[in-house]
Design a protein around this ligand. Structure first.
Ligand SMILES: [Zn+2]
Length: 213
């Protein structure tokens, strides 16, 4: 198995190893600055999920949900939470359960753990560098913040967890990743109210475990 893309929280080109890769938000992929074949890549490249028609961004939250649920997860919950059809959710659940009986699940869980570490390091960098900034746009344009957005839905459980623990500017990332906005116009800019709206949204969609340990 190829190594996960971000062992130290730094996105690198899978072909040449360059670290100053550029994130393209509209397509949610990265592009290497060198002119070679396969210069555009996703976080899925080089992982055990690569040959799956279902993206890593859908697999990781599903694995996360299954690994963290005390009373099991239904295909309906997966369907609602990650936006695949219920038929697809059922086959994902089946495949993950089968994998849980083999070492593949450890590999998958290992990747989910690596993703969490990457998320935490990116968050640290972002918070350290933007602590003294007050303009939302500057805060949201930080490369580490953009990289978190690039993780897509796989980052949602991690963002909601962070938002529960500490009030911070996660709202732009949430809106970009989910393409939704549960905050009414008159509450925009009111951090506490925005947090409550988003946390309610996250609970409805199953991204926040109600009775997690
Ligand atoms: Zn490259």
């Amino acid at each position: 198995m190829a190594r996960f893309r971000w062992p130290d929280g730094q996105v690198t080109c899978p072909t040449c190893g360059r670290r100053d890769v550029r994130f393209i938000p509209t397509r949610r992929i990265w592009q290497c600055q060198s002119n070679h074949a396969r210069r555009q890549f996703s976080i899925q490249a080089g992982t055990i999920f690569e040959d799956s028609p279902i993206g890593l961004r859908k697999w990781l939250p599903a694995i996360w949900m299954i690994a963290n649920a005390k009373n099991g997860v239904s295909s309906y919950e997966i369907h609602r939470a990650i936006g695949v059809t219920q038929k697809t959710a059922w086959s994902m659940l089946h495949r993950i359960r089968l994998a849980m009986q083999s070492e593949t699940f450890d590999q998958m869980r290992g990747q989910a753990a690596v993703l969490k570490i990457a998320f935490e390091r990116l968050t640290e960098d972002w918070q350290r560098d933007t602590r003294h900034l007050s303009f939302d746009r500057q805060i949201a344009m930080h490369p580490s913040y953009q990289a978190i957005i690039g993780m897509g839905p796989a980052a949602l459980p991690l963002i909601f967890d962070a938002l529960q623990n500490e009030l911070d500017h996660w709202f732009y990332a949430l809106a970009v990743i989910t393409r939704e906005n549960p905050v009414p116009q008159n509450e925009a800019g009111h951090m506490e109210q925005m947090r409550e709206r988003w946390l309610a949204w996250g609970r409805r969609r199953g991204y926040i475990q109600q009775n997690a340990a």
